[in-house]
Design a protein around this ligand. Structure first.
Ligand code: MRU
Length: 372
């Protein structure tokens, strides 16, 4: 998407030096636009773990580029352990960074399968680069298509609103910053706005790391989409007062039965939506389905991050990023990164192939090749 009048993806190969991956370091947004250069798989693992890059789609694309850098490193040290051993080690290193977004292991496995087809190390490096680029291009294209399918839903709502704004509520950041481009939950919003439909977005701040107030608000502002930041606990109140026409969120891992793991707090918004008959949609590319799982509550690994993220807050002060202590130093804190919304609370899934219900029968109908 555009930043100012320049088009940006969230991650790309440095023009003129294919051994360097460049990415937007999201830790500094919205106050500073920082481009980071990554040259090793170790640096990419750090960028994922410490959330320089985050969001399921972008975590997958970053892991894809991470395996490419690992192939370059393996080619540079043929005397060390065999190339395939070095790549297996790199794969384990990347997979160990964050547990919930399935796109991470999906991208690493796809790279291992393709790289294995290489007869020599240079062929393996070339295959790794081609695969990393395919993962990124597909991610962007699938999000663009999610936008088109989601636009139809917003158009249906617009017909009932007689020109008044369609109020969409979203949680966390499932925008272009969480993918390579376009975003999942934001793609229908951008498509509707660009087609002239009056949309307004309620942006839940998304404590403790504020992906909503920092990243989603920044994205929407850059694109000129009207939006209002709210405290996370405000969503139910707005739904009770009919101020929300539609909820669209992303997902880090959705099961074959339609159970949806997403940023902590999503489940509470799904409950409020159900209680107030507000349509609750989840937008995802097929790379975010875990085709092996059915019971999300029992089977999806939920990331726990440091207590400090809850007890502190960070922000911009006198030209620099600072962290301030909010809670008493001695008080313990728990920091679950994600929760699971059962499929029964989800009105529908917006995918690159169209919209389906959040149940196995409907998902299989849209993805018959996954019906093993
Ligand atoms: O901890 P994050 O910022 O990686 O969490 C991101 C989310 O939960 C998004 O909603 C999710 O990834 C869906 S969009 C890819």
């Amino acid at each position: 998407m555009n930043v100012g009048d320049q088009h940006f993806r969230t991650i790309w190969i440095k023009p003129g030096d294919e051994r360097v991956v460049q990415l937007i370091d999201q830790r500094f947004l919205p106050h500073r636009f920082v481009i980071e250069e990554v040259c090793t798989v170790e640096q990419m693992a750090t960028a994922i773990r410490e959330m320089h890059v985050r969001g399921a789609g972008l975590i997958g694309a970053s892991a894809g580029y991470g395996m490419y850098l690992a192939a370059i490193q393996a080619a540079a040290r043929p005397a060390a352990a065999g190339v395939d051993e070095q790549l297996a080690c790199a794969a384990a290193q990347l997979k160990a960074t964050r547990p919930t977004a399935v796109n991470l292991s999906w991208a690493v496995e796809r790279q291992l399968r393709n790289i294995a087809k290489g007869k020599n190390v240079m062929e393996k490096v070339a295959l790794a680069l081609r695969t990393a680029r395919s993962i990124a291009d597909e991610d962007a294209e699938h999000c663009r298509m999610i936008g088109q399918h989601g636009l139809k839903l917003i158009r249906q709502l617009a017909r009932k609103k007689a020109g008044k704004p369609i109020n969409v509520l979203t949680h966390c950041n499932a925008g272009w910053l969480a993918f390579v481009d376009y975003g999942s939950a934001t793609a229908p919003i951008y498509a509707a706005h660009d087609s002239g439909l009056p949309v307004h977005v309620w942006v839940a701040e998304t404590r403790p790391r504020n992906q909503g107030s920092k990243l989603t608000a920044w994205e929407l502002g850059e694109h000129g989409v009207p939006h209002t930041i709210i405290a996370d606990s405000t969503a139910g109140h707005l739904m009770q007062r009919g101020a929300v026409d539609l909820v669209i969120v992303g997902t880090d891992r959705t099961t074959l039965s339609g159970d949806v793991a997403n940023k902590i707090g999503t489940y509470l918004k799904a409950l409020a939506a159900k209680d107030n008959n507000v349509p609750f949609y989840v937008a995802l590319p097929s790379s975010s389905f875990d085709w092996k799982l059915r019971d999300g509550l029992k089977e999806i690994p939920i990331e726990e991050r440091s207590a400090e993220e809850v007890k502190q807050a960070d922000g911009w002060f006198e030209g620099q990023q600072i962290e301030v202590r909010v809670a008493p130093e001695r008080s313990p804190a728990a920091n679950y990164g994600f929760d699971v919304t059962p499929g029964q609370l989800v009105t529908g899934l917006i995918t690159e192939r169209g919209v389906c219900e959040a149940n196995e029968k409907s998902i299989r109908a849209l993805f018959p090749e996954q019906a093993s």
